[in-house]
Ligand binder design. Structure first.
Ligand SMILES: C[S@@+](CC[C@H](N)C(=O)[O-])C[C@H]1O[C@@H](n2cnc3c(N)ncnc32)[C@H](O)[C@@H]1O
Length: 274
């Protein structure tokens, strides 16, 4: 018989990874794990844990193994068809909360490149009277986003549209537009961590020659979907804030604020029309 604690110590993988896998096997929260340290695993639980440890040793990320990733205040279903939500992207949520403080108002929110839906879903859970559209070019991503919306009780407040940015979005004005588009320059893709290269869809990463292609495409049509009070919040790469700002200024937008990620890097900007 093996206790939870011994199985974690003997796993020979990063301890926090082993803890996540153990919680997955036991179907408990990480915060409850210490209470279970002395619990003796059943044969089936031990077998399942060692199997998952083996998969982890091949380089498969924890969230792909467990099929779930925490972001803002919820857990999201993820798989290899969506970018696994990153803590950096929480700067988008923080910025919207900072600029739109009345949580009871009804906002019409657009999320360009919704992936798992984590950004739009998190915002709609904050703004209980708001509605939103999540757009992605990938139908497989949209199907995960839809599952996440349903799991969070948002079926009636959210629509998903397969579209190349604005191409299929019916004309209307949005109060808030958010986007975390692909922004990695093509030539840098080969230098990414193996786990990212292997398990995040390239469609979610490749931003073209200089990484800014998606912003250029989005800016071509964005003016048709906003009015003078709309805000636009975009995420970008660690060294792109100046170029992004030049691009938005050139297209008639004014910078309202910048948001820093946990490593104190400028990670997103908020704009409105000049
Ligand atoms: C960096 S991921 C962001 C996913 C999610 N919003 C997040 O923050 O975790 C970018 C997303 O943009 C989508 N995408 C790429 N090109 C697109 C296009 N031309 N039109 C719409 N979506 C696109 C990708 O499929 C991917 O889901």
């Amino acid at each position: 018989m093996t206790s939870v604690n011994s199985a974690i110590l003997e796993s020979d993988i990063d301890t926090i990874d082993a803890k996540y896998l153990m919680c997955f096997v036991l179907n408990i929260e990480l915060s409850d794990l210490p209470l279970k340290f002395d619990y003796n695993l059943s044969d089936a639980e031990y077998k399942k844990f060692t199997k998952l440890v083996k998969i982890r040793k091949t380089g498969t990320p924890i969230d792909i193994i467990t099929g779930s990733k925490g972001f803002w205040a919820s857990d999201f279903v993820v798989n290899e068809n969506v970018l696994s939500p990153r803590p950096d992207s929480e700067t988008i949520i923080e910025s919207v909360l900072q600029h739109r403080t009345d949580k009871n108002k009804k906002y019409n929110i657009l999320d360009l490149g919704t992936g798992s839906g984590c950004l739009l879903i998190s915002l709609l859970l904050e703004y209980k009277n708001s509605i939103g559209i999540g757009v992605d070019i990938s139908q497989k991503a949209l199907s995960i986003a839809k599952t996440n919306a349903d799991n969070n009780g948002l079926t009636n407040r959210i629509d998903f549209i397969q579209s190349d940015w604005f191409d299929n979005i019916p004309t209307q004005k949005f109060d808030i537009i958010i986007s975390n588009p692909p922004y990695i320059p093509t030539y840098e893709l080969k230098n990414l961590q193996e786990e990212v290269k292997k398990f995040d869809p390239v469609l979610a990463l490749d931003g073209g020659n200089d990484g800014l292609d998606c912003y250029r495409n989005i800016l071509k049509q964005m003016h048709n979907y906003i009015d003078k009070d709309s805000i636009i919040v975009v995420e970008f790469g660690y060294n792109q804030h100046q170029e992004i700002n030049n691009l938005f200024l050139l297209n008639g937008y004014k910078l309202l604020s910048r948001q820093f990620d946990l490593s104190k890097i400028i990670r997103s900007h908020t704009y409105k029309k000049l």
